[in-house]
Design a protein. Sequence first.
Length: 460
Amino acid sequence: TTKKLWGGRFTETGSAQTDTFGASIEFDQLMAAEDLEGSLAHVEMLRDTHILTPKDAEQIIQGLHHLQQQLAAGQLQFDVANEDIHMNIESLLTQEIGPVAGKLHTARSRNDQVATDFHLYLKKRLPQVIQAIKNLQTVLVNLAEANVETIMPGYTHLQHAQPISYGHYLMAYFDMLQRDIERFQFNQKHTNLSPLGAAALAGTTFPIDRQQTAQRLGFTCPYSNSIDAVSDRDFALEFLSNAALLMVHLSRLCEEIVLWTTYEFNYLELSDEYATGSSIMPQKKNPDFAELIRGKSGRVFGHLMALLTVMKALPLAYDKDLQEDKEGVFDTVKTIIPCLTVLAGMLQTAKIKTANMAQATTRDFSNATELADYLAVKGIPFRQAHAIVGQLVLEGLKTGVTLQEIPLAKYQALLPDIGEDVYQDLQAKTAVQRRQSFGGTSFQQVKQQIARARQLLNAD
Ligand code: ARG
């Protein structure tokens, strides 16, 4: 095995086994573009602060530009003997321009370098994640708008509770996703700090300009403490935690899609593109992709737990344990964006069986609260009204008579004040319409939710 860039104080080379074990190039090559970007900012700063001569700096800049072109063309070859992306790039640069390449690492350590690359990597992906969430939100708002007046049973304990607007239900997911966006936006604030110039941990004796490199790389400002700069992975943990919560939301929605496409519920039918068949049962139309999104929540939760565990007793500053920070984050990005995109397409193309949804509210007792409310308005204490209606439900379940089918005479025997208008109140649509409290399920309130949502979507 070849001599290492750091091999000065070593008399023997490592083994192929330990080279491979310690290497991260297999996965951190995903940050090759960021590494080159960081190096360009660094060398320009070294030139501007007269730490390097313009001539040396120019050679290095040309070399880095050439590597950027080769990377874009897919022509860069990495070698596991060079351990990680940073030393692979330095070694490739040396092949390009000779020993002057060695001046690039002046006033820099791989510790601030890797942290910078990782920040840059996430900084680029966060807007993509936020955009993918917004696209799903747009699908939800459009569906909600088309289904303000689609009546369905609302559930608690998965038992019929009260009738709701399907649009209202969809907007609940919009709001969850809005909080996800806000969390990722907050995450951007902490990802927007530049570790570059922290060097190994203590800063450097060279007169570097951390403000300049931070600005050149699009960061808000440099980390204010060099030890924190190379040790901090909060931005990655925040990302994983935000992604885990996002996946909780997607998984709940997918669970309902799986449930609602069953023969028993039959509220939704997936388009052929978003369903699969069975190799043995010809009749099958399976919601595989909803299940897969639900299942993929597991790996994202796992990545969060893994990094929390890596970090929890790590002494300051850099420790090689930190090399374990990247794969989970990369995999999370690779997981959540397609989950969001596939789910958006799935929802957009699914057939909503509005008749079945409405039908499910016609012969159930999800209007029992309406009757209790009606009695309460007539002056019966709500607790007593609840008991009276409970008795009627019990009887109805035995005899197969719904609350709408109880004759007026019987109602009036209970309370002479009850009028014909009780039947109006007992209709599911009326039950929905009358829930006009802020954030409630009335058509008017749902329309207002949709209007507020559209404002948020158009905000930037
Ligand atoms: N490959 C390393 C990582 O991912 C880069 C930093 C190595 N620094 C060091 N002092 N060994 O963390």
